[in-house]
Design a protein around this ligand. Structure first.
Ligand code: NAI
Ligand code: MG
Length: 366
């Protein structure tokens, strides 16, 4: 049977960009005989409107059984005043938690045609292709004890950075596996100079490397130095593996090396399922963009590149993922731009669907 994909378009521009991905999935079915069983369901505000919850149990069950989940975006002003427990974001967080997606892949890739869009100089970023692997389910965002307590006559805010050996090991393995399919280099970042969890992190990464991945080049860096190096000479990196907190910050910083939010894909991977595929959720980094919703202005490339990641990491179709990424590169090189990619006057922006069609045309010509 065909592999299955659950599509959760969500809110705001989510459905607009997902429509373009659906066209591309259909193209792969027809032109490349790469067929998927696609099912679509609600998440976020759209699910709340229908079911009174941002993630219905039936949707969660479909997600747990799908070979890959593709999500657009959730949230928007209509839901800002909802109770915390039913906010659209809770739907996404619940999905990540239930699927136990511990390895968050955030590529920072700079297409040559967009290098002038970066906040850094063109030659620092042109051709950049790095991957940040962020541990997503543990660390200081989850560790206990936590809370605001009273100590004498002042309040104290407490969070705990806590990592078990097995939590570090599994994300390290996912980074080494990834590196083998790329530039074969991993840089692990922590603060082993001042944090116990950092000392353990470095030890476990080093042990896993020596035991099973000695063919991959491993280096270690303190996360603050890593932030400097990311801005100074980002091309020195291939895969960076780091914890939840540092990964949150470093991946956002790395994202800005490459230009628009409308260009950034992501993948969140969990443990292998019975069929050997990892549990997986693919989504653009951007949100629901209420300021441009319904205007046909949204850039669909982040969502399309997220599907390319699904082809590569869930379906083992690396060559087809390359084909899709090359089509994106081609249209950009030919000057196709959605409104978010236009810096100077005089360039006519493409609509969301016109950008999708341009990518389809480039695919057809490939
Ligand atoms: P946002 O990412 O939705 O938008 C930030 C800015 O980038 C806006 O000016 C928007 O127009 C622009 N932008 C974003 N994606 C774009 C695209 N594909 N093409 C062109 N321009 C694009 O972040 P914001 O405004 O902070 O949040 C809006 C809503 O989205 C909130 O409800 C927030 O909670 C939610 N959100 C959801 C996320 C998710 O579903 N993973 C992530 C971030 C925010
Ligand atoms: Mg962040």
């Amino acid at each position: 049977t065909n592999p299955s994909i659950l599509i959760l378009p969500g809110d705001g521009i989510g459905p607009e960009v997902m429509t373009e991905v659906e066209k591309i999935i259909a193209w792969f079915g027809e032109a490349r005989d790469l067929k998927f069983n696609v099912e679509t369901d609600l998440v976020g505000g759209a699910a709340y409107d229908k079911h009174g919850t941002p993630l219905a149990d039936s949707t969660l069950e479909k997600a747990m059984n799908a070979d890959a989940v593709l999500l657009g975006a959730v949230g928007g002003p209509a839901y800002d005043d909802l109770d915390f427990s039913v906010k659209p974001e809770r739907g996404l967080l619940k999905l990540r938690k239930e699927m136990d997606l511990f390895s968050n892949l955030r590529p920072a890739q700079c297409f040559d045609a967009l290098a002038d869009f970066s906040s850094l100089k063109r030659d620092v970023v042109a051709g950049l292709d790095i991957m940040i692997v962020r541990e997503l389910t543990s660390g200081i965002y989850f560790g206990e004890p936590r809370g605001i307590i009273k100590e004498g006559n002042e309040r104290v805010g407490i969070n705990t950075q806590r990592y078990t050996e097995s939590e570090i090991e599994r994300v390290a393995r996912s980074a080494f596996e990834l590196a083998r399919r790329r530039g074969n280099k991993v840089c692990s970042m922590e603060k082993a100079n001042v944090m116990e969890s950092g000392i353990l992190w470095r030890e476990v990464v080093t042990e896993v490397h020596a035991k099973d991945y000695a063919d991959v080049e491993l280096s270690h860096m303190y996360a603050d130095a890593g932030a400097m190096q990311l801005c100074r000479y980002p091309k020195q990196f291939d895969v960076i593996v780091t914890d939840n907190l540092f990964g949150d910050i470093l991946s956002d910083a790395a994202a800005m090396l490459t230009g628009s939010l409308g260009m950034l894909p992501s993948a969140s991977l969990g443990a292998p399922m019975e069929n050997g595929r990892p549990k997986a959720l693919y989504e653009p980094v951007h949100g629901s963009a209420p300021d441009i919703t319904g205007q046909g202005k949204a850039n669909p490339i982040a969502c399309i590149l997220s599907f390319a990641m699904a082809l590569r990491y869930s379906f083992d179709e690396g060559a087809e993922a390359d084909r899709l990424e090359a089509a994106v590169e081609t249209v950009l090189a030919n000057g196709a731009r959605t409104a978010d990619l236009i810096g100077e006057e005089g360039v006519e922006p493409l609509s969301t669907s016109a950008m999708g069609d341009a990518i389809l045309a480039a695919l057809a010509a490939s």
